[in-house]
Design a protein around this ligand. Structure first.
Ligand code: DAH
Length: 341
């Protein structure tokens, strides 16, 4: 075959190879096969010596043209591949700005936390400070300094989790009173929220671990009237301005006199309903005037200072405020329940 025909045939095959290449790798293979050092064009060039000298310039030109042609096709094809890759990348990164945004998921506050915040807000507003005490406590603070005698039923192992004879899980937040009084900085106006423990079976109104908020005021000339005024104000703030309060005589070892406080049912206004079990009243806390023995044991002279104290169950407040009828709901952390707050 003549050199010209050879080159023509070669360029046709090269064109076909380039056109059918599926990607940059195949293109590269074609380049090596046709233009490489051991490629077909090189081996054709080796046949130049058989070409007549007068024909050599023409054939030489033809070889160069063929090389350029093939290079041009390779380049065009490569550019096309690159464009395609770029386009696909853009497509895959497309953002639909008209798509509705995914809703951010917010956590919810636990009813206990909401209720505690509310109680703290009210007392901080009256000038109280919020203090804390340990959950693992000495029997001395949990009982003795609170005037709870050795043979008091509250000391029974059936009610209290003892760690040793002297150390226990506090069964009430009242020991924080004793700790605060012992610091000896007077006057005192404090609330002490915290976790308490009792060996109770779990049911709709009991749990082995729950929360109380202790209150204590110590100053000169504090009377039961101050206690009444304070707790009446507290009840109105917490349950609404229409709320009435009733003080029923009661007994606590650390207060004398002592009382339990009922509020008029905020659901029926006192007429009697399912919520207040028909009585029109709901019990919310225990309170009283601090017993002189407690003051004395905590280093305060009862002739000079007097005070009042109260203890509120936090869960009780949360259950009442949000009309929850089973305390277990507060501990199970069921998202479907918690989501409602
Ligand atoms: N600590 C008491 C209890 O767990 C509640 C209580 C009643 C606290 C009267 C007080 C108080 O400070 O004065 O039942």
């Amino acid at each position: 075959m003549e050199m010209k025909d050879l080159l023509m045939e070669l360029s046709l095959r090269a064109k076909a190879k380039i056109e059918e290449a599926e990607g940059p790798d195949k293109l590269n293979e074609a380049r090596i096969a046709f233009l490489g050092k051991k490629g077909e064009l090189t081996s054709i060039l080796k046949g130049m010596k058989n070409v007549k000298p007068e024909d050599r310039p023409e054939v030489g030109q033809l070889v160069n043209d063929t090389r350029e042609k093939i290079e041009k096709w390779l380049d065009e094809s490569r550019t096309a591949f690159e464009a395609k890759i770029r386009e696909e990348k853009l497509k895959s990164e497309v953002i639909d700005v008209t798509l509705p945004a995914r809703k951010a998921r917010f956590g919810h506050r636990h009813p206990n936390s909401i209720a505690l915040d509310e109680v703290e807000r009210i007392f901080i507003g009256m000038g109280y400070e919020v203090v804390e005490g340990p959950e693992v406590e000495y029997a001395d603070y949990n009982f003795t300094k609170l005037n709870i005698p050795e043979d008091h039923p509250a000391r029974d192992e059936q009610d209290t989790f003892f760690i040793t004879d002297e150390i226990l899980l506090r069964s009430q937040t009242s020991p924080v009173q004793a700790r605060k009084m012992e610091e000896g900085v007077l006057p005192i106006r404090m609330i002490a929220p915290g976790r308490v423990f009792r060996s109770d079976e779990v049911d709709a109104t009991h749990s082995p671990s729950f929360h109380q908020i202790e209150g204590l005021v110590i100053d000169r000339n504090i009377t039961f009237a101050d206690l009444k005024g304070t707790l009446e104000e507290f009840a109105k703030e917490l349950f609404g301005p229409e709320t009435k309060t009733k003080f029923r005589p009661h007994h606590f070892p650390f207060t004398e006199p002592s009382a339990e406080v009922d509020v008029s049912c905020f659901k029926c206004g006192g007429k009697g309903c399912r919520f207040c079990k028909g009585s029109g009243w709901i019990e919310i806390l225990g309170c009283g005037t601090v017993h002189p023995n407690v003051l004395r044991m905590c280093g305060i002279d009862p002739e000079e200072y007097t005070g009042f104290a109260f203890g509120v169950g936090l869960e009780r407040i949360a259950l009442l405020k949000y009309e929850i009828d089973d305390m277990r709901l507060l501990y199970e952390n069921d998202i479907r329940f918690l989501k409602q707050f």
